[in-house]
Design a protein around this ligand. Sequence first.
Ligand SMILES: [Zn+2]
Length: 86
Amino acid sequence: MMLLPCPHCGPRNEDEFICWSEATPRRPADPSALSDEAWVDYVYNHDNIKGWSAEQWFHARGCGRWIVFERHTVTHEIRPAARGDD
Ligand SMILES: [Zn+2]
């Protein structure tokens, strides 16, 4: 079990959250300008790094906000979160 420090609700069990994806890939500014291969790469291919990774989490059973946590993919240590949708 992990405790995630929601900046709005305080420390909460990971069961209250949905981990969505890595936070680093940003939506392309002009998606219509991408080739099909570039769009597939953006949607499906992620870095899957070993170490610290910024991830988007949705506090589904709490404040209902998107939050970016930094999680170590080996130890599952969590760094304080950005407030996300403020
Ligand atoms: Zn929350």
